[in-house]
Design a protein around this ligand. Structure first.
Ligand code: GTP
Ligand code: MG
Length: 197
């Protein structure tokens, strides 16, 4: 899919205030600092559409972007960020789960996983939660540029092995790098295919 337009729509902390629109919506979710906002900029070809930071906890609101005037892309705050207070962390988790429970126009969540790390309990638990709530998701392994191809392949194989302890099959997955553009066409074509169904 070619990105012809990408516009910021609204940021807010309340799911009820998200755009009242039936357009299909794709959400990017994952631990703080995994690269959600950077990936959104890479996919849309806009350097600073979504705000990024080397410091975890940058995105704190639900951000809607309108793409090609016919679908929404959503940048969400990260989960599992240890340096915010426990109560703030809970608020994040609550509004993240509320977002997924209420946004029925959300057709696919992309769960971002840092390709450098071993499977983390919080990501496994979050995907488990999505599964229990019948919320469709795919995985994107981020920051692929930070690993040599062999190490990357090994990590992904490890990840698959661990996923298959909980899941009957490996969910659809992609490998991405916001630095090199790896995965851009694959993710955009995947979204286009769903939009055309
Ligand atoms: P929060 O909003 O805090 O939850 O973080 P986020 O998941 O949106 O991460 P963000 O996109 O802000 O990126 C975090 C840091 O990782 C930034 O310093 C980015 O430059 C860096 N980063 C993100 N993606 C990549 C990537 O693919 N490759 C490399 N090398 N760095 C990346
Ligand atoms: Mg962010």
């Amino acid at each position: 899919m070619k990105i012809k337009s990408a516009e910021f729509v609204v940021s807010n902390s309340k799911v009820d205030l998200c755009p009242n629109s039936a357009l299909p919506e794709y959400a990017f979710i994952g631990r703080s600092n995994v690269g959600k906002s950077s990936l959104i900029n890479m996919l849309t070809g806009r350097k600073a559409l979504a705000k990024t930071s080397a410091k975890p906890g940058k995105t704190q609101l639900i951000n809607h972007f309108l793409i090609n005037k016919n679908w929404h892309l959503v940048d969400l705050p990260g989960y599992g960020y240890a340096q915010v207070s426990k109560s703030t962390k809970k608020v994040f988790q609550k509004f993240i789960t509320t977002y997924f429970e209420k946004r029925t126009q959300m057709v696919c969540a992309f769960v971002l996983i840092d390709s450098r790390h071993k499977p983390q309990a919080i990501d496994m638990e979050f995907m488990q939660w999505l599964g229990e709530h019948a919320i469709p998701f795919s995985i994107i392994f981020t920051k692929a540029d930070k690993l040599k191809p062999k190490a990357l392949q090994k990590n992904i194989e490890n990840y698959k092995t661990e996923m298959l302890e909980f899941w009957e099959e490996m969910p659809e997955y992609f490998i991405s790098s916001a630095a090199t553009g790896t995965g851009k066409d694959e993710v955009l074509d995947y979204i286009e295919n769903i939009n055309q169904q």
